[in-house]
Design a protein around this ligand. Structure first.
Ligand code: MG
Ligand code: FE
Length: 163
């Protein structure tokens, strides 16, 4: 039988891979945004938060005497989409990027909720508390992205700007 602790290690590794991918995607997108300063600034803020999240997840793994080396394929699907999105240079990339970015934050939220339940089941209250703090940042980012999508859309539709 696989214990909750073993699942926790496994899924924390997935979360680590998710955050590494998120950092790449966020910084690639932020770098290409020139005409959307509010979105660019919020993405840059979340790049810093995301880097921090990756190292906090890594510390959780070390606390469980595990490491990040063995990356699983479970996140392959979403990271594949993320990589594809980072490579899109269509004229509406800011819109597609903002939609995908908001959806990605909800993906992270659900993953952290699942991890918190798993950490609690494994009796790892300290790790659950770390994950709760990360979850708060993801919730704030998801809410901001969702709240600001209409403004991004209105600007894009009004100006027909390419970026
Ligand atoms: Mg994150
Ligand atoms: Fe995030």
């Amino acid at each position: 039988m696989t214990t909750p602790r073993e699942h926790l290690i496994d899924w924390l590794r997935d979360a680590y891979a998710m955050e590494v991918q998120a950092e790449k995607m966020l910084s690639n997108t932020a770098d290409r945004l020139e005409d959307y300063p509010a979105l660019k600034a919020r993405l840059q803020q979340h790049v810093v938060e995301t880097r921090n999240q990756a190292s906090q997840v890594e510390q959780c793994l070390h606390q469980l005497n595990a490491d990040t080396s063995m990356l699983k394929t479970g996140v392959g699907a979403i990271t594949g989409i993320a990589q594809a999105m980072s490579g899109i240079f269509a004229s509406d990339e800011v819109v597609k990027g903002a939609v995908f970015g908001a959806a990605f934050e909800y993906f992270e939220i659900i993953n952290y909720k699942a991890l918190i339940t798993t950490a609690q089941a494994a009796g790892e209250a300290g790790i659950a508390a770390v994950l709760e703090r990360i979850l708060e940042e993801e919730l704030a980012m998801a809410e901001w992205m969702e709240d600001n999508l209409p403004a991004v859309l209105r600007q894009y539709l009004a100006t027909g700007e390419k970026r």
